[in-house]
Ligand binder design. Sequence first.
Ligand SMILES: Nc1ncnc2c1ncn2[C@@H]1O[C@H](COP(=O)(O)OP(=O)(O)OP(=O)(O)O)[C@@H](O)[C@H]1O
Ligand SMILES: [Mg+2]
Length: 299
Amino acid sequence: MTNKQMTSSETEQTDDQQPNPTPGTDSLADRGTDIGVETSSRDDPATVTDRTIIESRDLDVYYGDDQALNGISMEIPEQQVTALIGPSGCGKSTFLRSINRMNDLIDIARVDGELFFREKNVYDDDVDPVALRRRIGMVFQSPNPFPKSIYDNVAYGLRVQGQDDNLDEKVHTALERAALLDEVEDQLDSSGLDLSGGQQQRLCIARAIAPDPEVILMDEPASALDPVATSKIEDLIEDLAEEYTVIIVTHNMQQAARISDKTAVFLTGGNLVEFDDTTKIFENPESDRVEDYITGKFG
Ligand SMILES: Nc1ncnc2c1ncn2[C@@H]1O[C@H](COP(=O)(O)OP(=O)(O)OP(=O)(O)O)[C@@H](O)[C@H]1O
Ligand SMILES: [Mg+2]
């Protein structure tokens, strides 16, 4: 099956499903960056468009015989924050991972249907999943810096892609965009693991954005953090959406309501029940089941 192409280093990272954002150092050197997808049109970062950047059409995902996603069709707009909410086990992480083909790393996962990134089906045979993940970066629930210096964590993806000209400047810019530079400017050589949890998560965000992806997928990025660190991450996500498309899974309804433009509600059975402007979902949802979920009657 074509979506099972992977490098040996990706295979090694399947245990905790938290691989490097730019896995496969050796293979990266050999692979081109062209995945047959038109590049970004971010001429004016402040412009909010209603252009679709990710579209799923009738997407099903199975783990062995069990179906985790059932006919998901949705169009995710560019340069906005889209929240995915719903009870545990409804398929939010599965959907997120299907966008940059992280489900390829799960042996028993199988994808049917189509998932377009800028009108190119990412499951086409000619799409290189490693190159795809350079354009669609990911941040996970628990911060996972590499056991390297702060500088080397951020520089990692740039180096393996051969984007190491003006490295200092790029590392500083990524740390600044991730709202971490002020706190770590004097200790770039210290280990990333010596930072606090909230700082580590911002370091992981800096690492994810350093290679300048177009989409950032975040799977409950603040759920392991205290309220102050959470609020910093939320501010950061809103800032990032001026330049990037952010798709975030969260169990925190207030967080979804605060930071997202669009909200998708998944419910049991791997069904997308409602997808609309966040204000509509939270103030006047069409579905009674969504209303019950949002008001805490179940889930
Ligand atoms: N690696 C896997 N192998 C087998 N089944 C899996 C795997 N990952 C997820 N599933 C199953 O797929 C379904 C959807 O899981 P998923 O992790 O996408 O849900 P979720 O909405 O992200 O849940 P949570 O809110 O708890 O993170 C569940 O039934 C889960 O058990
Ligand atoms: Mg999940």
